[in-house]
Design a protein around this ligand. Structure first.
Ligand code: ISE
Length: 351
């Protein structure tokens, strides 16, 4: 039987998952939708056979016709909704953040651990991207010797209204936090944020770009340019440097075309117009990581149907990311490097 999924929150990400599950995921149906704006949920539900809208997200989670939950609601709603999933014993794919602060994230980790089985997966989709997987295997194969450091670029053309300086850390930089932990298999211990002159195109008061520097347990270094108002397109790159070589991903090396320079074309002697060459860049994370989301959701559905419930980053990874982001927000405010405060994983049996 297909897994009957409730999608809670049908904004950009939730609506994308609804289409993904309905059209491209084997073994799952979208049975229930819930959103703070019921009209939005009704409109979407009308396009899916057998799909109902349940107004209260907690009722949607507890609904006997629901086997598993995708949480794509705003971060502040996650704590209660995750607790409801744990109480109901339902597997949940939770978009980041796990919760919005470190204490409640740790509580969720402890609560899940006390159940003695995993139910929570966190939506760090880059782990399912082909290029990140390749980078990870190259490290595993020892091709570069031991990895030493990484340089990351995380650029967005624009962010939604109301996005502030700390959200650049908690919403955007958080992906590099997870990439660092994924690639290096260790925790981040210190974080510093350098704030160069801001982009005049950034909203007033928003510190953008930000340069983050992470140090890991074994003393590895990661630097990140996080720049979310470039006005260009969606660019995410990671270069890994090891003892014996380096590799880079995210160069948008699709089709490369050559054409007349549109600025110069039509002016003067056609034989003297310089051409330009290049290709397309994905406009947003929905396109750049579309394939990764497909793999993520398919593997999660498979895990749910097998009864394993999780196949990817879990609650601990969400907690670790929250701890690094909390230190990073303090680093942004003070300009000083900060230590990341985390409990040890061994202190929570089952985490
Ligand atoms: C957004 O929430 C994401 O998760 C994207 O991957 C990231 O690039 C963007 O900055 C965030 O706002």
């Amino acid at each position: 039987n297909p897994a009957r999924i409730a999608v809670v929150g049908v904004g950009m990400m939730g609506a994308d998952h609804v289409v993904r599950i309905t059209e491209r995921t084997a073994g799952a149906t979208v049975a229930v939708l819930s959103d703070y704006f019921p009209d939005k949920a009704e409109q979407l539900a009308a396009t899916i056979g057998g799909c109902r809208v349940v107004g209260d997200p907690l009722d949607a989670i507890a609904d006997p016709g629901v086997d598993a939950v995708v949480l794509a609601s705003p971060g502040p709603a996650h704590e209660k909704q995750l607790a409801a999933c744990l109480d109901a014993g339902k597997p949940v794919m939770c978009e980041k953040p796990l919760t919005t602060d470190v204490i409640s994230s740790l509580e969720i980790v402890e609560r899940e651990a006390s159940l003695g089985r995993k139910l929570i997966q966190v939506g760090f989709m880059r782990r399912f991207d082909r290029e990140y997987e390749q980078l990870k295997s190259l490290i595993g194969d020892g091709v570069f010797g031991r990895p030493l450091l990484a340089h990351c670029v995380h650029r967005n053309p624009a962010v939604p209204p109301g996005f502030d300086s700390s959200m650049i850390v908690k919403d955007s930089l958080v992906h590099e936090v997870d990439v660092t932990r994924f690639l290096f298999d260790e925790e981040i211990t210190t974080v510093q944020i350098i704030t160069p002159r801001s982009n005049p195109g950034a909203p007033v008061g928003v510190v953008d770009p930000q340069i983050a520097i992470f140090t890991t347990e074994s003393g590895r270094h990661v630097d990140v340019e996080c720049f979310v108002t470039t006005g260009v397109a969606y660019e995410v790159r990671t270069e890994l440097v090891g003892e014996l070589g380096s590799a880079i991903i995210g160069l948008d090396q699709g089709l490369i075309r050559k054409q007349r320079n549109p600025v110069q074309a039509g002016r003067g002697d056609a034989r003297r117009v310089a051409g330009i060459w290049g290709g397309d860049i994905t406009p947003s994370f929905v396109e750049r990581f579309g394939g990764a989301y497909d793999v993520e959701i398919q593997r999660w559905v498979n895990a749910v149907r097998r009864g394993d419930n999780v196949d990817g980053p879990g609650a601990w990874d969400g907690y670790a990311a929250a701890a690094v982001c909390a230190a990073a927000v303090t680093a942004l405010e003070t300009g000083e490097p900060q230590r990341v405060e985390m409990v040890s994983r061994a202190s929570i049996p089952g985490a």
